[in-house]
Design a protein around this ligand. Structure first.
Ligand SMILES: NC(=O)c1ccc[n+]([C@@H]2O[C@H](COP(=O)([O-])OP(=O)(O)OC[C@H]3O[C@@H](n4cnc5c(N)ncnc54)[C@H](O)[C@@H]3O)[C@@H](O)[C@H]2O)c1
Length: 334
């Protein structure tokens, strides 16, 4: 079975490509390198001993996609390609709506033309807005607080409408919680350009003395230590969820939606303390004001993914902290 992976050189995409190759899928990657590097192709080869077919392609451009579908016999698509920085989406919403919506529309349009009807979509826990209760189930009310989140919700709606119009089409929507960690080889991981927006890449850079200290946004939330609680999930567990999603998309029609999280929440300080302990390194931090728009707690109920896909997260917070740091140490040794 041949899978087109859009955004397949990015953080989650590259780990998923490794899992797909491990399971003997053929993989075609389309990525425009807007947030990734061409070296990832060699690293995937070193990890898996297998080759991928790569197209340096903007998936918003229909003609470029057509070229791929003409040459390759694609059976299914996993669509990661998108911009993902919440703050940037607030300051540049047009860029986010353009890339994150047009990419999905064009990919689906070309899929329809070439009669490819299996689609897995990267959504996010951000579509739950500020949940009234926890843990979060898939049927909770949806709302968003920033343009990035709105692009995810709009994409979900577009995909539902496509399935309503075509009873053979199959979409699996995966709502990720907070992916961190890296491949155990230390060859692939998350290495954002500029100052990181997310907690783990920031912690890693403070530990590595590239940044002075971590700012913890608020310690007066109603949580066990006052800092924000999130459901961190190891990126390799998340990647494995996509194998199950492809199987589901192959064996069903219509839209199926799953939370991919561990079901356990950890606070900012839990993460910092675990990171310090497992890597035996200091992470200086200071408490600052809450950040507007942040919620106190967010964690998944992943039962549906376990019952219907047979998937559950296996790696713990210590593995996540160890692997995130190992990746950065390996990067710096090059
Ligand atoms: N990382 C997270 O915390 C998180 C959480 C929830 C959902 N998601 C979603 O998961 C997906 C993957 O996230 P990630 O963390 O791997 O991000 P990433 O930025 O590392 O990967 C995205 C990849 O898509 C590519 N890309 C972007 N626009 C493109 C386009 N128009 N054409 C071709 N390639 C394009 C980028 O070059 C990059 O390689 C995204 O859709 C993101 O919104 C991520």
């Amino acid at each position: 079975m041949k899978i087109l992976v859009t955004g397949g050189l990015g953080f989650i995409g590259s780990h998923t490509v490794c899992e797909l190759l491990k399971e003997n899928y053929e993989v075609v990657v389309a990525d425009n390198l807007s947030n990734s590097s061409i070296d990832v192709i060699d690293k995937i080869k070193t990890i898996t001993g297998k080759e991928i077919v790569f197209y340096n392609c903007d998936v918003c451009i229909e003609e470029s996609l057509e070229e791929i579908f003409k040459k390759e016999q694609i059976d299914a698509v996993i669509h990661f390609a998108a911009y993902k920085a919440v703050g940037e989406s607030v300051s540049n919403p047009i860029m986010y709506y353009e890339n994150n919506l047009i990419s999905t529309i064009k990919v689906c349009k070309v899929m329809k033309k070439y009669n490819v009807k299996r689609f897995v979509f990267s959504s996010s826990a951000t579509v739950y807005g500020s949940p009234k209760t926890l843990p979060i189930k898939e049927d909770f009310p949806l709302s968003t607080t920033n343009p990035y989140g709105t692009t995810k919700l709009m994409n979900e709606k577009i995909l539902e409408d496509i399935c309503l119009s075509d009873s053979d089409f199959s979409v699996v929507i995966l709502r990720y919680f907070n992916p961190i960690g890296a491949h155990e080889s230390g060859l692939i991981g998350e290495n954002p350009k500029g100052i990181p927006n997310n907690l783990m890449p920031y912690i890693v850079r403070v530990a590595n003395k590239e940044l002075k200290e971590l700012s913890v946004f608020g310690n007066d939330y109603n949580t066990h230590d006052g800092t924000g609680v999130r459901d961190y999930i190891h990126v390799v567990d998340l990647a494995k969820g996509h194998i199950k999603a492809i199987e589901k998309a192959t064996n069903s029609t219509g839209v199926n939606i799953y939370n991919l999280g561990t079901g356990t929440g950890y606070s900012v300080l839990d993460l910092v303390e675990t990171f310090k302990k497992v890597n035996n390194i200091d992470v200086p931090y200071k408490i600052v004001d809450r950040r507007p728009g942040d919620i106190a707690e967010c964690y998944a109920d992943p039962t549906k993914a376990y019952e219907e896909l047979g998937w559950k997260a296996e790696l713990g917070i210590e593995d996540m902290c160890k692997d995130s740091y190992n990746f950065i140490l390996k990067q710096n040794k090059k």
